[in-house]
Design a protein around this ligand. Sequence first.
Ligand code: ZN
Length: 131
Amino acid sequence: MVVLSIKTTSRTEFVDITSKVQEAIGSAGLTEGLCMLYVPHTTAAITINESADPSVKSDILMVLNEVVPWEAEYRHGEGNSPAHIKSTLVGASELIAVEKGRLVLGTWQGIFFCEFDGPRTRRVQVKVIPA
Ligand code: ZN
């Protein structure tokens, strides 16, 4: 397993990690199979969406921040309940096919690490499964 290190710079942020994941597949030598991505954090997530127009990730973040307000009657004492909730809404893993050593993504798709309680240094686990 390869573990990517992601340094985030904002409280909430989407970081395009597509090229880092592709490099990890190359270094693992996988040509045909599956790439499992897993985020071992409770206030971060991973998603796949449009990477061509950066306003798409801004719009997604804007709506997540509207749906899950910063201030509410949260009970969790650490004060970061919105980050935990966004993490659960977006999800901790993705599974992507690999063919001829390349991630099989749609033309406009990119893989985004989703920071909801930054800035921090985060990890993304990349597990390649030959198939
Ligand atoms: Zn917490």
